[in-house]
Design a protein around this ligand. Structure first.
Ligand code: FES
Length: 160
């Protein structure tokens, strides 16, 4: 779908939602589903469409962790930074991930292969320290395993 078509889809949805109660969250969620994230021009379109200040849209986008403001990579690397994982050395794993990927936590590599994301408890503390790449779970991690794990994903093609 082209950018133009995405905006048309968003504007049609806004038209329907506009007169309902509390349209902002559903519209933002819809926009994220369509665009994959919420860049400034999309936030602007939402603000204009709903007739509300841009600052309100931005405030909601930055407050709720479900909203993503930057384009995401093909693989989301989620490293648990919860207490159990932290105690078992998650910080060292994060250091290696940042070094191997050449990006800081929360950022996406230039080739759009990876987004690195330190997260809250993933709910499997018995496996600490834990990392997920997409749906794949890696537990009881050692820093020296990281390059080999990443290598599996580096060869996969980025969908255009
Ligand atoms: S603290 Fe890491 S999975 Fe719970």
């Amino acid at each position: 779908m082209s950018e133009k078509q995405k905006f048309e889809k968003l504007n049609a949805f806004i038209k329907v939602q506009k007169d309902l109660d509390g349209p902002l969250m559903p519209v933002m969620q819809f926009a994220q589903d369509v665009f994959g994230y919420l860049p400034m021009d999309v936030q602007q379109a939402i603000a204009e469409g709903l007739g509300i200040p841009m600052t309100k849209v931005y405030g909601v986008a930055t407050f709720y962790s479900q909203f993503v403001l930057e384009e995401q990579g093909q693989h989301i690397v989620s490293l648990c930074m919860g207490t159990a994982c932290y105690v078992k050395g998650a910080q060292k794993i994060l250091d290696v991930l940042e070094e191997e990927l050449g990006i800081k936590d929360g950022k996406t590599t230039e080739d759009r292969k990876f987004t690195l994301s330190g997260t809250r408890c993933l709910g499997c503390c018995g496996l600490a320290p834990v990392m997920m790449i997409g749906e794949d779970v890696y537990g009881q991690l050692e820093p020296e395993q990281i390059p080999e794990i990443l290598a599996k994903y580096k060869t996969q093609e980025v969908a255009s």
